[in-house]
Design a protein around this ligand. Structure first.
Ligand SMILES: [Zn+2]
Ligand SMILES: [Zn+2]
Length: 183
């Protein structure tokens, strides 16, 4: 039952939010701060100088609107940074998707998170790329997830019998790391 933190037994690529945040490169954090500063500079200092029509919005709303615009610009840069590291590990084009982020209304971002492929994991034995659905490494036959020896469908690490065909999983003599009923 100790599945958390065990990357070898979790090739499906579930990861914690803090791990995901670590994917954001430093250039994106600097870029986000710059984008925020630029947007604020433009609307607070540069724009009032060239346009002599003061905003008709109430001051608090005006303030809120401009802060949100800056935050939105910063967020776009952070998401671009995230995608630059997230897309390659899913075998997707980072460049294409980073351009999509600038599509207004967040449509590109929504599409990215809807369409992104599962993370390609590395085989713990030989390092080959393995898909989340694989039971065995295609390069070295290392068993990455528990499965039934009779019908070859997925099994859970705690199952004693196959839920699809009733086969007794212990009879397959799976490696110790793949079963939780060793007693
Ligand atoms: Zn392998
Ligand atoms: Zn079965």
């Amino acid at each position: 039952m100790t599945q958390s933190g065990n990357k070898a037994a979790n090739p499906c690529g579930e990861s914690h939010f803090s791990d995901e945040l670590r994917l954001i490169p430093r250039w994106a954090i600097v870029g986000a701060l710059l984008a925020f500063a630029l947007v604020e500079y433009y609307f607070w200092i540069a724009l009032p100088r060239i346009s002599h029509h003061p905003s008709r919005l109430p001051a608090p709303l005006h303030f809120y609107l401009l802060l949100s615009l800056g935050a939105l610009a910063a967020l776009s840069v952070l998401i671009m940074g995230y995608i630059s590291n997230d897309a390659p590990r899913r075998d997707m084009s980072a460049r294409l998707w980073m351009i999509c982020v600038v599509v207004p209304g967040g449509i590109g971002v929504a599409l990215y998170f809807l369409l992104r492929q599962p993370i390609l994991a590395a085989c713990p034995s030989c390092g080959a790329h393995i898909d989340g659905e694989y039971h065995y490494c295609p390069q070295c036959a290392y068993q990455v997830t528990p499965c039934c020896g009779n019908c070859h469908r997925s099994a859970r690490i705690t199952d004693i019998y196959c839920v699809h065909c009733g086969h007794e999983l212990a009879a397959d003599h799976p490696p110790a790391r793949l079963h939780a009923f060793s007693n």
